[in-house]
Design a protein. Structure first.
Length: 721
């Protein structure tokens, strides 16, 4: 039966004088935590000035009881006895949880309190059966303290005995002496741990961690005074795991920790992440005589998981990051600082949602405005749930990292690999800043226009994104290409108007990333210069209204639009949308391959074609393969098929990609090249170097800089070994 908490008491209070009175309950019932308690009829409390005399004051029910007898008085020989009979600790939960303790079990025994007015001391003989501490079963606890009149001290003995499958073991023993009347050296108490479960300490770390497990063996001794206690000793940690909540990563270790004067420290401990990567850790946990704990931890990471979060855990940036570098965690436990200075490693995949929830009611191609208001909506500030932690991230992004950004207005996303130096800071108030430049080496821009058009553009090398504080106020300078093959129609010489040629649809994003300026143009990579001039004379690429119209036509209908506004090749629409959805599905099969298929039906002037495209990187991204193979119906016989195909293989000769070799085979399937052979092949070697000034190309490295690089290389080799 469940009860609402209530009390029903009847009795009397007799006042004989302002200093002398008497309290007795004739009847008493208390409902607390779904338990009914009663008061014994023989209860009596007598008050005489500063003296309180208790007689059978307490509560009981059919299962358990707690009773108080004795005196509270100025006489040091008077004692107060508190007795327990199968008393369930859950009745004390509201009190214990205020000090971050959750204890369960059944208490039997007695506590005596002596000299309450002057120097309260406790004598105890208690047993707690089925003892749980902070949700962990520890076994049976025994607490005993006796008074030694020869040296005016309490002898203390505490034990926790765990019963397992192989018998009993003493996981914790506390034994020593407490001198209450000394002005100094009040404690001489020893602690012994034997496979003690560390998750009982987790609530004390909840400001930055929600997971702690493992066991500990060792010995320690508590000495010093009441005002300045000291804890010294050595503890061995086994199978220890600690989760850092903000990064959502669990780290594990097994080593020795030392307890010294006002500091807990460890040196060169090997820490493992969930991927078995390692870091060397050293640290100090300072305290003021077991109060005001402060961390100063340092990790020297080698390809360590830095964070592994979802958007629900951190909406500002999320994903997974592997890094090599230095990590520092320092400060008071309730106001920690996390500093990370590192470079990204393979496997890093970070997503930055530049977008925010909004609804666009009307689109004019891709010009996004509010129909009733010509001003942009103000971004809703995102407040990070840092809960007492400040983050500083100095990240050297390498080509091993995949960075993905979701653009505003559901316009699409940018996914790329490149280089950059990015600095991020987040304070406990949730204020987030970013500084630095990110240069894209290769990647894709997935363009979405409402739910009608989805196209994956290839980003041109050298595109960049820059931050100068506000993460939502980044500057973008990006160009991306979507390749199609279509008829030039009226824009080509009349004899070639029905020939399909490769066309690069180029989109440019510039200025603010939050509201980028968008421009379109088209390029013809395989045409002769005189043919290009003929086309550009009729197709004004500076007219952005025309370019927007032509771009939409090319992306949706796979053809140019004629001046009258009608489009040739409308039959492509169904096939284009169908193959586009198929490409999205194929590309989702594997993260290592980009696969695409395209089918073009024939008509009176051209033959039908089927193309399959494949792009991948091999041998730790040192070899890039990009190509397609297809079949085209012979336009002369209409019965036989020609195999057509193109492939490009690019090899990084050096790891940094500065020296590269490239080979290609390309089909000459453009009838504008009537005198050309069916294929064009080529091979070459090239070198790239980034520089700000021309003289930097010829500047010799400083001797000290070279020595520094050699030392870093040597340290890296040692870590890898």
């Amino acid at each position: 039966q469940n009860f609402d908490d209530f009390g029903d008491f009847k009795g009397y209070l007799a006042i004989f004088s302002p200093q002398k009175m008497e309290l007795k309950f004739d009847h008493g019932t208390l409902a607390l935590n779904d338990k009914l308690w009663y008061i014994k009829e023989s209860n009596l409390l007598q008050i005489d000035s500063t003296q309180l005399d208790f007689h059978e004051i307490g509560l009981f029910n059919e299962e358990q009881a707690i009773r108080v007898n004795g005196k509270i008085a100025e006489n040091t020989s008077d004692t107060l006895q508190i007795g327990f009979s199968n008393f369930n600790l859950e009745g004390l939960h509201p009190i214990l949880r205020r000090i971050r303790i959750d204890a369960d079990g059944y208490i039997n025994g007695e506590i005596k309190v002596i000299d309450i007015y002057n120097s309260p001391s406790f004598l105890s003989d208690l047993t707690i059966s089925d003892f749980y501490f902070n949700d962990e079963k520890l076994g049976e606890a025994k607490i005993q303290s006796t008074w030694n009149p020869n040296n005016d001290a309490f002898n203390i003995l505490g034990e926790i005995i765990y019963t397992g499958n192989i018998g009993k073991s003493k996981t914790l023993e506390v034994k020593g002496t407490y001198y209450p009347y000394r002005s100094d050296d009040n404690y001489d108490i020893g602690f012994k741990l034997n496979n003690y479960k560390l998750n009982t300490l987790q609530p004390f770390l909840k400001s930055f961690s929600s997971h702690l497990e493992g066991s500990a063996n060792g010995e320690a001794r508590l000495t010093g005074s009441k005002e300045k206690p000291q804890l010294l000793g050595e503890i061995n940690l086994y199978r220890t795991q600690l989760k850092i909540d903000y990064t959502n990563v669990v780290y594990s270790l097994a080593d020795k920790v030392y307890l010294d004067d006002n500091v807990i420290y460890f040196d060169d401990i090997t820490v493992y992440d969930t991927s078995k990567n390692t870091a060397k850790a050293s640290g100090r946990i300072y305290h003021d005589n077991l109060r005001n704990f402060r961390l100063d931890l340092e990790f020297d990471a080698n390809n360590l998981v830095g964070f592994n979060t979802t958007r629900a855990q951190n909406a500002m940036f999320y994903g997974s990051a592997f890094a090599t570098g230095r990590i520092n965690l320092y400060g008071p436990i309730d106001n920690l600082n996390l500093d990370v200075i590192a470079k990204t490693e393979k496997g890093t995949n970070v997503k930055i949602p530049v977008s925010y929830g909004t609804e666009v009611t009307e689109n004019d191609y891709i010009v996004f405005i509010n129909k009733d208001d010509d001003t942009l909506q103000k971004i809703r500030d995102y407040k990070a749930d840092m809960n007492g932690i400040s983050l500083y991230l100095d990240l050297n992004i390498t080509n091993d990292a995949d960075i993905q950004m979701f653009l505003p207005y559901n316009m699409g996303n940018i996914k790329g690999r490149g280089k950059g130096d990015i600095k991020m800071t987040i304070n406990p108030a949730g204020e987030f800043t970013m500084d630095g430049d990110y240069i894209i080496n290769r990647g894709s821009f997935f363009l979405t226009l409402q739910s009608i058009l989805n196209r994956n553009f290839e980003i041109r090398r050298g595109s960049s994104i820059s931050w100068t504080g506000d993460p939502y106020n980044a500057e973008i300078n990006l160009k991306a290409v979507y390749k199609v093959k279509t008829k030039l129609g009226q824009f080509a010489p009349e004899q070639d108007s029905a020939t399909r040629v490769p066309v690069d649809c180029v989109i440019s994003l510039s200025n603010r990333l939050l509201n980028p300026e968008i421009k379109f143009t088209v390029e013809f990579p395989d045409l002769k210069d005189d043919t290009k001039q003929f086309i550009y004379a009729r197709l004004d690429t500076n007219d952005q209204a025309m370019m927007s119209q032509q771009m939409i036509s090319l992306l949706v209908l796979n053809s140019f639009t004629d001046p009258s506004g009608t489009s040739s090749g409308v039959s492509f629409n169904t096939y284009s949308l169908l193959t586009n959805q198929l490409n999205n599905w194929l590309s989702g099969i594997s993260n290592d391959f980009d696969i695409g298929i395209n089918y073009r039906p024939g008509d009176e002037l051209s033959a039908q074609e089927v193309e399959v495209a494949l792009s991948t990187q091999l041998f730790d991204d040192r070899v890039l393969v990009d190509g397609n193979v297809g079949m085209r119906e012979n336009e002369q016989t209409q019965k036989t098929n020609d195999i057509v195909g193109e492939v490009t293989v690019e090899v990084k000769i050096t790891k940094d990609g500065r020296f590269r070799a490239k080979a290609f085979n390309k089909s000459n399937n453009d009838y504008l090249y009537k005198s050309y052979a069916p294929y064009t092949q080529g091979v070459g070697v090239f070198y790239t170097q980034e520089f700000n000034r021309i003289k930097d190309l010829f500047k010799k490295k400083d001797k000290k800089e070279k020595q520094k690089k050699d030392k870093e290389s040597e340290e890296q080799s040692m870590l890898e070994q």
